[in-house]
Design a protein around this ligand. Structure first.
Ligand code: AMP
Length: 287
């Protein structure tokens, strides 16, 4: 275990080191991350810092939530840089276990994400949400937080985590943090580092499509879908093109498609590839 410096967090690499670091902690807030920390993660840490006695940030690239052809091997990792970000945000403990520590043997028992976990991101990335919920459940048991902060950037993920907490009676409060964007409108993401300048320009169509959809909300669900699809159709012809994975207007409780007469809040969610990079974004739409 790396001891705390005057300004830095304790870095715990094992459950034993974590328990020692949290021996006298109360009011624990957990921010689960995969590292490569950016301004979006910082906003979660600030939310946690504002309400927790002790803030724990976990940094773990979870192999269980990556498909065989995804970027697990290449996902950016820099614990030194991440620890410095955590120090700047007043984080008390960084929990950064090795893969072997979290999964000493192949995981046999997992948390099934149900039908909500098979839609949108789950349809594009089979098994993804089982991997997410399983590691989140493990982190909850290891850290035993009073609350945990998740970003609305991953709208389906936070909905499923909330559902897991309810369905499995987990003693933790889930706090949502608003989606944070870079100054040009692109949703902040560790994967944005993969984008070239031209790819980034094309990728701005995602947030533009969501804005167009939200502005069409007074006309109802079909107008929202049409307005956002128009922007993405144009972006499909851009150079480099935006290759749409899905665009969906869904009921936030189930992530099933919102009906034409849906009333109340819906979530407009998009996933697309630009070059080799897969990006997601979403916005709440009042209908
Ligand atoms: P990740 O490291 O990508 O697994 O993200 C860790 C946490 O940070 C998740 O709860 C994400 O939803 C959240 N997060 C990532 N990017 C953003 C963002 N741009 N705005 C808000 N939360 C975010």
């Amino acid at each position: 275990m790396t001891p705390p410096t005057q300004h830095g967090p304790v870095v715990a690499r094992t459950p034993e080191e974590l328990r020692a670091a949290l021996a006298d902690a109360d009011g624990v807030g957990l921010v689960p991350t995969m590292g490569s920390l950016h301004s979006g993660h910082r906003s979660l840490m600030r939310l946690a810092r504002g309400r927790a006695g002790t803030v724990v940030v976990s940094v773990f690239v979870n192999p269980l939530q990556f498909g065989p052809d995804e970027d697990f091997e290449h996902y950016p990792r820099d614990l030194g840089a991440d620890t410095r970000v955590c120090a700047e945000e007043g984080v008390d403990v960084v929990f950064a276990p090795e893969t072997q520590t979290m999964y000493p043997a192949p995981q046999m028992v997992t948390v099934d994400a149900g039908t909500m976990g098979e839609r949108l991101e789950g349809a594009s990335r089979p098994g993804h949400f089982t991997g997410v919920l399983t590691v989140v459940a493990k982190l909850f048991h290891l850290v035993r937080p009073d609350f945990a902060v998740f970003g609305e950037k991953d709208a389906q993920q936070i909905a499923l985590v909330r559902r897991m907490v309810t369905d499995l009676n987990l003693p933790v409060e889930i706090v949502g943090a608003p989606l944070s964007r870079d100054p040009d409108g692109l949703a902040s993401s560790s994967r944005n580092a993969y984008l070239s300048e031209q790819e980034r320009t094309s990728a701005l169509a995602l947030s533009r499509a969501l804005t167009a959809g939200r502005e069409a909300a007074p006309g109802g669900a079909e107008d929202v879908r049409a307005a956002s699809r128009k922007v993405l159709d144009e972006a499909a012809a851009a150079d480099p093109p935006v290759r749409l994975d899905y665009l969906a207007l869904v009921d936030p409780a189930t992530f099933g498609e919102a009906s034409a007469d849906h009333r109340g809040e819906a979530v407009l969610a998009v996933a697309a590839r630009v070059g080799g990079t897969r990006l997601i974004d979403n916005t709440a739409v009042p209908l």
